[in-house]
Design a protein around this ligand. Structure first.
Ligand SMILES: NC(=O)c1ccc[n+]([C@@H]2O[C@H](COP(=O)([O-])OP(=O)(O)OC[C@H]3O[C@@H](n4cnc5c(N)ncnc54)[C@H](O)[C@@H]3O)[C@@H](O)[C@H]2O)c1
Length: 251
C-alpha cells in the first residue's frame, strides 16, 4: 500500500520542476492529485497519460480560482486531505532596485497566494476531520546570503514561514498540520530561466558554499520532503521547518 493511499492532494505550480515531481511521486504513492498551475496547457502536456490526476487552472493570486479548485476537488474526489503550496517565483531585484509595483507583485505571488490557499482549503479539511498542508518557503527566509538579489522574495518567504507557524498552532485543534519545506539551491525551471540547465553546472557555482556533493539539489529531493510531511508518517509533526539544502545553512 502506498504512503498516500486514499489521500486527495492539491498541488500548486504543478506544471514543472518540484510541483511536477510531487505529482508523479504522490500518484505513485497512491494519492489522487489535483494538479494546478497558471500554465494550464503545459500542465496538461506534462501530465498526459498519468492516472488519478485532475488538471485545473489556478493562478494562486486569485481568490475566486482558489475557491473553484477546492469545490472541483471535492466534487471530483469527495474531500481534500493535502495541500502543497509549491508555486512561487523570485524576480531577483535587490532592495534598492525594487519598485513598489515589483514588491507588491512578489508579495502577492509568494505570500498572499499562501494566505488565499489556507483560507480556501482549511474549511474543507475541517469538514473532513483534518489534513496536512505543506508550504514551500526558501533558505532566503532564513539566511541573508541565500538569494542576495531578491529582497521582496526573501521578505515574502519570511512571511510564509510566520504564517505557517501561525496556522499550525491555530488549527492543530482540527487535526490540521501545517509544515514548511525550505529548498536551498535546486536545479529547476527557475535556474533554467537563468541559463543553467545542468545540475553539475549549478553545483559548480555552489562548491565551497554547500558542503554536500553534488552541491546542488534536484526537484525530487524537495518532492520527497513534501511526501514525508504530507503523509501520516509525520502525524505528530506540525509547525516544523524541513530544510533541504545539502548543509548550506549549517555552515
Ligand atoms: N529552485 C530553487 O532553488 C528554489 C529555492 C528556494 C525555494 N524555491 C521555491 O520552490 C517552489 C517551486 O519553484 P521551482 O524552483 O520549482 O520553480 P519553477 O519556476 O520551475 O516552477 C514554478 C511553477 O509555478 C507556476 N506559477 C508561476 N506563477 C504562478 C501563479 N501565479 N499561479 C500558479 N502557478 C504559478 C509556474 O508556471 C511553474 O510551473 C517555489 O515556491 C520557489 O520559491 C525554489
Amino acid at each position: 500500500m502506498g504512503r498516500l493511499h486514499n489521500k486527495v492532494a492539491i498541488i500548486t505550480g504543478a506544471a514543472s520542476s518540484m510541483g511536477l515531481a510531487a505529482v508523479k511521486l504522490f500518484t505513485q504513492e497512491g494519492a489522487k492529485v489535483v494538479a494546478t498551475d497558471i500554465a494550464f496547457e503545459q500542465l496538461q502536456t506534462v501530465t498526459a497519460g498519468m492516472e488519478n490526476v485532475l488538471c485545473l487552472t489556478l493562478d494562486v493570486t486569485s481568490e475566486e480560482q482558489w475557491n473553484k479548485v477546492v469545490a472541483d476537488a471535492k466534487s471530483a474526489f469527495g474531500k481534500v486531505d493535502i495541500l502543497i503550496n509549491n508555486a512561487g517565483v523570485s524576480f531577483h531585484k535587490t532592495l534598492l532596485e525594487e519598485t513598489l509595483e515589483g514588491w507588491n507583485r512578489t508579495v502577492n505571488l509568494n505570500l498572499t497566494s499562501v494566505f488565499l490557499g489556507l483560507q480556501s482549503v482549511i474549511p474543507a479539511m475541517q469538514e473532513n476531520g483534518g489534513g496536512s498542508i505543506v508550504n514551500c518557503v526558501s533558505l532566503a527566509a532564513v539566511i541573508g546570503s541565500a538569494d542576495n538579489g531578491a529582497a521582496a522574495y526573501a521578505a515574502a518567504k519570511g512571511g510564509v514561514r510566520a504564517l505557517s507557524k501561525h496556522a499550525a498552532v491555530n488549527f492543530a485543534k482540527d487535526n490540521i498540520r501545517v509544515n514548511s519545506v525550505y529548498p536551498g539551491a535546486i536545479l529547476t525551471g527557475a535556474a533554467e530561466r537563468h541559463g543553467v540547465t545542468d545540475r553539475a553546472v549549478l553545483g559548480k557555482a555552489f562548491e565551497g558554499i554547500i558542503p554536500l556533493p553534488p552541491f546542488a539539489g534536484e526537484a525530487l529531493d524537495i518532492a520527497n520532503g513534501y511526501l514525508y510531511l504530507a503523509s501520516d508518517e509525520s502525524k505528530f509533526v506540525t509547525g516544523e521547518e524541513l530544510i533541504i539544502d545539502g548543509g548550506w545553512s549549517s555552515k
